[in-house]
Design a protein around this ligand. Structure first.
Ligand code: NAP
Length: 692
């Protein structure tokens, strides 16, 4: 039997002591021994902080994003080796796809998000400056910096690849190294992916380490700059969360635990409606994908009492068509559970449910189901199992016992209020869904049940064709849930990155904040230059470079011309009487005219390094511009983001964000906003691509 090595302090190592076994989920054949006893685990923390942490923290967000994109590309090119190992865990090709390619897609998604949104710097100014004084010389803003610690990720067995990558992506972006401890039952797949990442040479030494086996006394060596995440059963999570070292050092602990997710058929839905078929499809898919070993899988199926019979028949018919067996066979729709222990645990939980108010509708026993494939009797197969609970308000077990396999319980409700009551009995879930065609039903249910859910899906025939489904966490959406689901938050776009960083409220003068944040803020010193800023290449533009334009008096002709050109004849601009009774008391210029006239004042029209204007942000009209008012613009280089050149043919460039203040004759701001321009770089990333 092969020994499954850990990767610590730059070396592949195996422990000495009592080993655990990983068996093939389909055949029961012993595959690997796992042991981490006696390994230098505490040293791995030091190694992570001193090697990986320092290297990552020195990289800018943009560089970290590029590293992650390269890793994702490398993994995609080597994915087939991972699929081979994925079969050992009982997964079908579809299950493997969610885990392997879903994980890689998450890495790509975070790299893209950071590339678009985060600075080419190691400090992240989180918000706009907050004025704290009358003269404007004392301001504040929140900034995020990397913690010089290490993130310890303890993962569940069901998503050995996705489970690792969805946490690694925000961790690395935050500039933190990680030590990953996969669940033993499927650790060989996580190990294979870690090996690919290490062999790629794309990540700094110490940015990623792996513990195959137990964590020993590692928790005792954690420090206040570290972070721990846990995905698994609520029982283990509760035990780890209370570790004295975590409490003593206030070490952040994020928990994602089991949850009794519900799917509710709306009171309005009858069997002839398309939503009825959608509901049946969704429930069956969630019960059988990954053989029901998904933290987000539907466990509680709630239907109006009048529809119980119809739903029962439709679900039974569909579940009967699910072929269970060797996932490599084409006809097979559902593979095995990860291990015989897991199968026995599911059987035990099903029996508990049967003793507590539930009756079996299908499955529920290892005796009576057919499995396709050679060694089917040795494998950890379990039949799709639908139970029925006639009195769900009186039986708490159905809201409490999670059988982590292809198991769900159907239950009736009498009214919309009762459906809400049942949903809340889950005591906090990762995901919940409602299938309805009636917006009023959806509004009532979601407003009352959202407090107990991390994510909610409202499914109707309009959303169905493009819906990603009840059970799929997405990189841009929050994954986590209150109460029994652990109270944690993962993913949710850039929010997840912030969980691994330190937020500091920084106070000082605008010039100080601008210098520290490498981002100009209003009120900070501005640099004037005889050369128009639009004539400067990206490298030549200092942050804070500023242009005060000529003035322009706004006339009635401007307003009339703009109204005719744009077709906007709104009364406040064009109707003297209407305008007199308006908020402004007289005719005012169109806000869009002010913005256009401002561009006319600050733009340098000649061919030059500015390639394009591609957006405007945070536009606010502060004061009205009346006929006879004189406007002037201050344009200031606020921040710069260097963009990597994709090919030698691409023009090297960066993004420059300009602060725009349009002022009137009293020096009052009439409009404030930022514009985003692409500005050519003189130096390309390829030898032949200097600016022409
Ligand atoms: P588990 O027994 O709680 O194990 C989870 C992880 O904790 C594994 O890596 C496990 O390692 C480790 N672990 C166990 N005891 C530990 C200890 N004393 N110190 C440090 N680490 C320890 O859960 P499981 O049975 O593997 O996973 C299934 C459960 O996870 C289900 O209940 C499911 O609902 C939940 N889950 C939740 C989510 C979510 O996002 N909310 C996602 C997936 C799964 P070993 O394997 O080596 O023991």
């Amino acid at each position: 039997m092969q020994q499954l090595n850990s990767y610590l302090s730059g070396r592949w190592l195996y422990g000495q002591g009592q080993a655990r076994e990983i068996r093939h989920a389909l055949t029961g054949e012993p595959l690997y021994q796992v042991c981490s006893e006696g390994l230098p685990l505490a040293d791995s923390l030091r190694y992570a902080r001193e090697q990986g942490g320092r290297a990552l923290a020195a990289m800018t967000f943009q560089q970290r994003a590029q590293m992650m994109k390269a890793v994702a590309k490398y993994l995609l090119a080597h994915k087939e080796t991972l699929y081979e190992i994925s079969y050992q865990t009982g997964a079908t090709r579809n299950d493997g796809w969610v885990d392997i390619e879903g994980g890689i897609a998450t890495l790509f998604s975070y790299a893209g998000l950071a590339g678009r949104e985060l600075p080419d710097d190691t400090l992240w100014p989180e918000d706009e400056p907050i004025p704290l004084s009358k003269q404007g010389q004392f301001v504040a803003r929140h900034v995020l910096t990397s913690r010089p610690g290490v993130a310890l990720h303890i993962n569940a067995f069901n998503f050995p690849c996705w489970g690792m990558l969805e946490k690694l992506a925000p961790t690395w972006l935050a500039g933190m190294p990680a030590i990953v401890k996969p669940a033993t039952a499927s650790a060989q797949l996580t190990q294979a992916m870690v090996k690919l990442i290490i062999d790629s040479g794309l990540v700094p030494d110490g940015a990623l380490q792996l513990i195959c086996g137990g964590v020993g006394d590692l928790f005792d060596h954690l420090d206040y700059q570290d972070a721990v995440t846990f995905t698994g059963s609520a029982q283990t999570g509760r035990q780890l969360r209370a570790h004295p070292q975590l409490l003593a050092k206030s070490i952040p602990f994020t928990m994602e635990a089991d949850s009794l997710n519900c799917c509710v058929l709306g009171e309005d839905v009858t069997p002839e409606m398309p939503e009825f078929a959608l509901f049946i499809k969704e429930v069956c898919r969630e019960m059988t994908s990954k053989a029901g070993q998904k933290c987000t899988a539907i466990r509680r199926v709630m239907v109006p009492a009048a529809q119980v019979e119809a739903v029962k028949q439709a679900l039974l018919q569909r579940l009967a068509a699910v072929q269970v067996g060797d996932p490599r066979l084409e006809q097979v729709r559902m593979g095995a559970l990860v291990s015989l222990e897991q199968r026995d645990d599911v059987q035990k939980k099903v029996e508990q449910l049967l003793h507590n108010g539930c009756e079996p509708l299908c499955g529920a026993s290892l005796q009576s189901f057919s499995v396709l494939g050679d060694d089917e009797r040795q494998g950890a197969f379990y039949p799709p199992t639908l139970l029925y609970c006639a009195e769900p308000l009186r039986n708490s077990a159905v809201h409490d016992i999670e059988a982590f396999g292809p198991v769900a319980t159907l239950m009736p409700y009498d009214s919309g209020e009762q459906a809400i009551e049942l949903a809340l009995l889950g005591q906090g879930s990762l995901a919940g869904s409602l299938v309805t065609a009636d917006a009023a039903v959806a509004t009532r249910f979601i407003r009352a049940a959202a407090c107990a859910h991390g994510r909610m899906l409202v499914l109707d025939s309009a959303a169905a064709a493009e819906s990603t489904g009840h059970g799929s966490p997405l990189p841009m959406l929050m994954h986590g849930g209150p109460g029994r689901a652990g109270g944690g938050e993962e993913l949710g776009g850039l929010r997840a990155v912030k969980h691994y960083m330190q937020r500091t409220a920084l106070q000082g003068s605008p010039s100080m904040l601008a210098a520290i944040g490498k981002e100009w803020v209003r009120g900070a010193e501005a640099l004037e230059s005889p050369v128009h800023p639009f004539r400067k290449y990206f490298e030549q533009l200092p942050i804070g470079e500023s242009l005060l334009t000529a003035r322009r008096t706004v006339t009635e002709a401007d307003i009339v011309n703009f109204a005719c050109l744009s077709g906007d004849h709104f009364y406040a601009h064009m109707d003297k009487l209407g305008a007199a009774e308006s908020l402004f008391g007289e005719r005012v210029a169109h806000g869009y005219f002010v913005v256009s006239a401002a561009a006319g004042l600050f733009v340098d029209p000649g061919v030059g390094p500015v390639i394009a204007n591609y957006g405007m942000e945070n536009l606010r009209f502060i004061e009205p511009v009346k006929i006879g008012d004189t406007i002037q613009v201050r344009l200031t280089c606020k921040k710069k983001i260097r963009k990597p050149q994709k090919s030698a043919e691409d023009r090297p460039h960066g993004v420059v964000v300009w602060d725009v203040q349009v002022l009137n004759q009293h020096q009052q701001a009439v409009a404030l906003y930022s514009i985003l321009t692409l500005v050519a770089r003189q130096q390309g990333d390829f030898p032949s691509s200097e600016a022409q």
